[in-house]
Design a protein around this ligand. Structure first.
Ligand SMILES: NC(=O)c1ccc[n+]([C@@H]2O[C@H](COP(=O)([O-])OP(=O)(O)OC[C@H]3O[C@@H](n4cnc5c(N)ncnc54)[C@H](O)[C@@H]3O)[C@@H](O)[C@H]2O)c1
Length: 359
């Protein structure tokens, strides 16, 4: 098994999730370097972990260290140039969500992947818990019947202080409000589980925070196979919850959690007619693995070992970006938006707000 040299770029709020994940794979990884514009933050992480070198300039770090894998944990507007630089120095990339600011940026990343032969995966840790893996297996065996009705609610609360952090309040720096930064996790899971979406109709508003981005969005999604879903992304909800409800022909499957889940957060309610078969099948979840950075990092390292495209990369990463661009386009134009209709030349191809970013 290879032992990879990795580097972190960005040592702010989310760094502890990455440090926890790295610690779980000490036999497969060496943390070689940490870069943050705020050198003191990089130094603080290095002093905790021992052995890693701190840098203020991420580009200099990449040139000197030549890591095998780079985790990018900086604000969204900085992702594209850092991803391109990391790929060019020969690294694979694991980048925090949202991966980039637009479909145009995504397509530049895809071209750089093809040029360098390296891959870029987005952090979507909710895909990697054991309950989700088990649900996918029950779906694949046809035990649940067709998906029909979905409810995908990210009802979180973010204060004025949260939005006082300079990058979080503007499209140019944050990509969007709760749609692009909070609800993106549950929406990604929903769309990934239920297959290709076809059309979205949405509204978005800024009701109670002094910010350019929205603080609430609501959307209706129609899937190719006909199922319908209702989505709410809120930064204004005092009793916080992430709630996904999936009504199939034979059973309702739900998860109720906040930022992470274990098997205990999931519930299956079968129709009485299939209870005898479905309840034991659901309870046979082989293990209890949290949907976490650690779980996703393991899958990424396995893909590196096999030198194959990792999970949540390529078209698997583009789906949610296209959905969010379409959700915003529908909200800002008042029209339904069809999958595949946002192409080069469309203002929403280059920017989630449908107008050039003011940076
Ligand atoms: N997956 C999750 O559950 C999760 C949770 C929180 C945040 N995030 C994502 O993680 C990213 C970072 O969020 P955060 O809350 O940690 O932000 P933060 O503002 O707390 O930290 C960002 C850090 O990046 C540094 N930085 C900025 N530009 C840089 C550059 N060009 N080079 C080097 N360092 C730079 C800043 O100095 C800061 O220390 C965002 O994309 C966010 O959406 C993901």
């Amino acid at each position: 098994m290879s032992r990879y040299r990795i580097a972190l770029i960005g040592a702010g709020g989310v760094v502890n999730n990455h440090l926890e994940a790295i610690a779980a794979y000490a036999d497969r990884l060496e943390l070689a370097a940490v870069a943050d514009r705020d050198l003191a933050r990089a130094e603080a992480v290095c002093s905790q972990t021992g052995g890693a070198r701190a840098y203020a300039d991420a580009y200099a770090m990449l040139e000197v260290e030549r890591p095998d894998l780079v985790h990018i944990l900086t604000p969204p507007a900085t992702h594209l140039p850092l991803i391109l630089a990391a790929l060019e120095t020969g690294a694979w990339v694991w980048c925090e969500k949202p991966l980039c600011r637009s479909l145009a940026e995504f397509d530049r990343i895809a071209a750089a992947e093809a040029r360098t032969g390296r891959y870029v995966s987005t952090v979507f840790q909710w895909r990697f818990g054991s309950a989700v893996e088990h649900l996918r297996s029950l779906m694949a065996q046809g035990l649940l019947g067709r998906p029909l009705v979905g409810v995908c609610h990210t009802l979180w609360h973010r204060t004025a202080d949260y939005y006082a952090v300079e990058w979080r309040s503007r499209y140019a720096t944050a990509v969007g409000g709760p749609t692009a930064t909070l609800g993106i996790h549950l929406m990604d899971l929903f769309l990934w589980l239920w297959g290709e979406w076809q059309e979205v109709q949405a509204v978005a508003a800024t009701l109670d925070r002094a910010i350019e981005v929205e603080d609430i969005s609501m959307a209706l999604v129609r899937f190719e196979h006909g199922a319908l879903g209702s989505i709410v992304n809120s930064a204004l909800s005092p009793r916080q919850e992430s709630y996904l409800r999936l009504d199939y022909q034979q059973a309702t499957v739900e998860v109720q959690a906040l930022y992470r889940y274990t098997n205990a957060n999931w519930r299956l309610t079968p129709l009485p007619s299939v209870e005898e078969a479905l309840t034991p099948a659901w309870r046979a979840i082989p293990c209890d693995r949290m949907g976490s950075h650690e779980a996703q990092l393991g899958a990424l390292l396995d893909a590196m070992e096999r030198n194959e495209r990792p999970p949540v990369s390529g078209l698997e990463a583009r789906r949610i970006l296209e959905f969010i661009a379409s959700l915003y386009k529908s909200a800002f134009t008042g029209q339904p938006v069809q999958r595949g209709s946002i192409a080069p030349g469309d203002p929403f191809y280059a920017s989630m707000k449908g107008a050039p970013y003011d940076d």
